[in-house]
Design a protein around this ligand. Structure first.
Ligand SMILES: Nc1nc2c(ncn2[C@@H]2O[C@@H]3COP(=O)(O)O[C@H]4[C@@H](O)[C@H](n5cnc6c(=O)[nH]c(N)nc65)O[C@@H]4COP(=O)(O)O[C@H]3[C@H]2O)c(=O)[nH]1
Length: 804
């Protein structure tokens, strides 16, 4: 019943409740009234029966005593007055009926015997009364009253009750329908309003209030709720509009993915970046557009976002329709509602192609050599450190090669920088092509290269690579119509065998490379501990030089310079010698670099300058040396940049009384090239003193013609390494000839160093070289030997012994 009620409308419910309540109330009260009425009516009948019986029994005593049955009959007939009495019977004894009465023929007769009556007492109200004579029963009176009246009375009551029930039901029906008007109508209106709002999505609609009761309150609450919803909706719309505008104007591509991983929303920028105008692609389709090198990183990050709600921030490449890559930066994170339910994923992408290009360009500039495209020193150091760590982790081996080109400076100087650049590029190309792809080839300086050979199993592997590298260089390179053969000297060190420290490895490889140079270039040397000994030796030399200065172990020798036109002496070059008490003669090549490094060269150089001038000036004064002869003194880089140099030159000239034009200072090309501008300035200052300047070891530095032109140089000394291979090395011959021609154009005197053979002399003379210096003419000589040589030279010159 309750279940059925629940599904009914409120109106029906109200009517049914009213009817049921009214019906039940009336039914209950009527049942109570009927029961009461029945009880009272029954009492009335029983009282009436008692009174009738007592009166008739009293009256019957005399008649029965005297046996007057007629009187008895008459007596009974008085019962006629009450129509409800059905019959009356008087018995003289239980077996003798004395008189009887019945109300109508249909009523039952009095039976002859009293016990028969007893059996019929059920259906009527009846009672037996004793007939007494002096308290002695002489007979029995029986009276029976029909229930008809009682039943009739109850029936009437029932009809009346029924009428009242019906009337009450109608009344309650009327009341209920009125009530439902009052209660259900506002409710219906509320629901109609709500439906309207839902249909029209218009939150400005309001429910009308009719009553000031609880329903009225409900309408008020409902309307205020609507107001709140309307306000929130409006602010939501405003913020949505703002969001829409922002996303439309955004330079960033915005996308939303639903929890089932379907692209749900993208803004215009996203479409522009992806070149999508119509249907949105599926996620798989989107993944397919990612650059193969980035796909695994993106998928990994995406899986972490889906499974662990971990935000994404990464850079990746998308492939455009023409398969060109487009760099984007992507941010994405999970989106949840207030209850923590997953709504999907929100992300942003920005086109960082330009930024990336700039970054790549910056990285290229910062980490790559612009000329050769190889890794530069910085990147190389970085890779070296990483490789050392990885070697330590993996337990494998790695080799570091240090390569230095043997003749680069000559090419650069004679054929120009552009030729030098071509050479460097070609060398870089050959080196890269010779090693494996995962080995790193770097250019770490002018003509210095390094190679990291990773994953090395045996030293023999490295040896094979080194041989291949030397072989790769052997083929001539054609530059400006000339075939140029370039060679490299390679120093090799192994990690972890030699060291696991990047700095030490670099130092090792450098030492090994120098050893390769010492051993005649165009070869490779593995680092060995004895190379370190040379460093230790370096340290002990420093101490010993101090002692040598104090104990005057230094002396001077003089190597004559000969005119190649008439073989006359043009001057001498002063060369220092160190006679060590235990080690014997130590050549300047061994101790000058150390003295240079420690600064001891300043003291030594100063001594050499003064001693040279002193000794030569005496030779000039005593006419042993011609008047125009020059003494050439070597100036090291430190000496050259010493702020006291000029003062020292002036004071030496003054002390030794040597004419300034008789003094020539030899400065190496590399010293001049360290800081060209200040070198020019110092040279100009030197020139002002009247002292000549020679550029020494020409061809081994980095000088270009442009600089040479600006240097106030009097003499150019062609380095011994060029002269040495004449006439075997056509290349060297071409370079030497070019240098001589160039120097003459710049009005310089050219001196060839290290002239040892007739062929070299012949070649130099054919190319108009001015002067020569070398063992062919004379070894460096002591002052006494020089004396002798000078007088002999006069003889040789006269006899023209040194002939072509
Ligand atoms: N194989 C061969 N060698 C020849 C020949 N002719 C000359 N030499 C050597 O070549 C070097 C020429 O001197 P340098 O180029 O100035 O090179 C010099 C110079 O740079 C430096 N040096 C020598 N003395 C001094 C000095 O007093 N001060 C400074 N600062 N450096 C000096 O030491 C270097 C070496 O000097 P030295 O050992 O005396 O070696 C000398 C000389 O002995 C030849 O025909 N064949």
């Amino acid at each position: 019943m309750i279940g059925t009620l629940r599904t009914q409308s409120l109106r029906r419910k109200l009517v049914m409740v009213a009817l049921i309540t009214t019906g039940l109330t009336l039914l209950t009260s009527n049942l109570a009234f009927i029961s009461l009425e029945y009880y009272l009516a029954r009492q009335d009948v029983e009282r009436k029966l008692t009174i009738l019986g007592e009166v008739i029994a009293n009256r019957a005593t005399a008649a029965l005593t005297f046996g007057d049955f007629d009187l008895l009959k008459t007596n009974l007939n008085t019962l006629k007055a009450d129509t409800s009495v059905q019959r009356g019977c008087i018995y003289a004894d239980p077996q003798t009926l004395a008189a009887g009465y019945r109300s109508q023929d249909s009523a039952p007769e009095c039976p002859r015997q009293l016990h028969s009556l007893q059996a019929n007492r059920q259906s009527t109200f009846s009672q037996f009364f004793p007939i007494l004579l002096d308290d002695t029963p002489i007979g029995t009176l029986y009276i029976e009253i029909s229930q008809q009246d009682l039943i009739h009375r109850i029936q009437q009551f029932l009809i009346f009750s029924g009428i009242i029930l019906a009337a009450a039901s109608i009344l309650s029906l009327l009341l209920a329908s009125r009530l439902q008007e009052v209660v259900a109508r506002p409710m219906r209106e509320l629901s109609d309003t709500l439906r309207n709002i839902m249909l029209r999505k218009d939150y400005s609609i309001r429910a009308s209030k009719e009553n000031n009761d609880e329903l009225g309150d409900l309408v008020d609450l409902f309307n205020s709720l609507l107001r709140t919803v309307e306000e929130e909706n409006a602010s939501l719309k405003t913020s949505e509009e703002r969001f829409r505008k922002l996303t439309a104007l955004s330079p960033v591509g915005i996308f939303q993915v639903d929890p089932k991983q379907h692209l749900q929303y993208v803004n215009q920028r996203w479409r522009d970046i992806h070149g999508v105008q119509d249907d949105l692609p599926g996620m798989q389709e989107w993944f397919a557009r990612i650059h193969p090198d980035d796909i695994s990183a993106v998928q990994h990050a995406w899986n972490r976002l889906i499974c662990e709600q971990e935000s994404i921030a990464l850079e990746l490449r998308l492939l455009r329709r023409d398969q060109s890559p487009l760099w984007i930066h992507m941010l994405a994170s999970a989106l949840h509602d207030r209850n923590g339910e997953l709504l999907g994923y929100l992300g942003a992408i920005s086109d960082i192609s330009e930024l990336k290009a700039a970054q790549i360009q910056m990285e290229t500039l910062a980490f790559y050599d612009p000329l050769t495209g190889l890794a530069n020193r910085r990147l190389f150091r970085n890779r070296l450190e990483k490789s050392v760590k990885s070697v330590l982790r993996s337990g494998s081996s790695m080799a570091l090669m240090f390569l230095d080109m043997d003749q680069f400076k000559r090419v650069n100087d004679t054929l120009g920088h552009d030729a030098g650049d071509i050479l460097l590029k070609e060398v870089a190309h050959r080196l890269s092509n010779t090693v494996r792809e995962n080995d790193t080839v770097s250019r770490i300086g002018g003509d210095e290269f390094t190679i990291l050979l990773t994953d090395v199993h045996h030293t023999s592997d490295v040896l094979v690579v080194a041989e291949k590298l030397l072989h790769a260089m052997a083929k001539p390179i054609r530059i400006k119509g000339q075939d140029i053969v370039t060679t490299v000297s390679i120093g090799i060190t192994m990690t972890p065998e030699d060291s696991t420290d990047a700095n030490t490895l670099m130092k090792n490889a450098d030492l090994a490379m120098y050893r390769a140079k010492e051993l005649g270039r165009n070869n490779f040397q593995f680092f060995s501990e004895d190379m370190n000994h040379s460093i230790l030796e370096h340290l002990s030399l420093e101490k010993e030089i101090n002692e040598a200065i104090a104990r005057q172990q230094f002396s001077l020798v003089f190597q004559p310079k000969i005119s190649l036109f008439d073989f006359g002496i043009t001057g001498v070059e002063t060369l220092i010698r160190w006679q060590h008490p235990e080690k014997g003669m130590i050549t300047p090549d061994r101790f000058i670099p150390v003295a240079e490094e420690t600064g001891q060269i300043l003291e030594i150089g100063s001594w050499v300058l003064e001693q040279s001038c002193r000794q030569i000036s005496s030779l000039i004064r005593s006419n042993v040396l011609p008047e125009h002869a020059k003494v050439a003194v070597n100036l090291s880089a430190r000496q050259f940049t010493d702020p006291h140099l000029l003062q020292r030159i002036r004071s030496v000239l003054e002390i030794t009384n040597i004419p300034p034009h008789c003094l020539e200072l030899e400065i190496t090309e590399s010293t001049l090239m360290e800081d060209v501008e200040s070198a020019i300035q110092i040279m100009q200052e030197i020139k002002k003193t009247g002292v000549a300047i020679a550029i020494d070891d020409f061809g081994t530095g980095y000088s270009s013609l442009a600089y040479i032109k600006r240097f106030p140089i009097d003499v150019l000394k062609v380095d011994r390494s060029f002269v040495m291979d004449i006439p075997e090395d056509k290349n060297d011959m071409a370079i030497t000839a070019a240098v001589i021609a160039m120097a003459h154009k710049l009005s310089m005197t050219v001196v060839a160093e290290g002239v040892e053979t007739q062929e070299q002399l012949q070649f130099l003379r054919q190319n108009n070289c001015d002067e020569g210096q070398g063992y062919l003419f004379s070894r460096p000589l002591s002052l006494g030997q020089l004396h002798q040589f000078l007088s002999e030279n006069e003889r040789l010159k006269d006899n023209n012994d040194i002939t072509l």
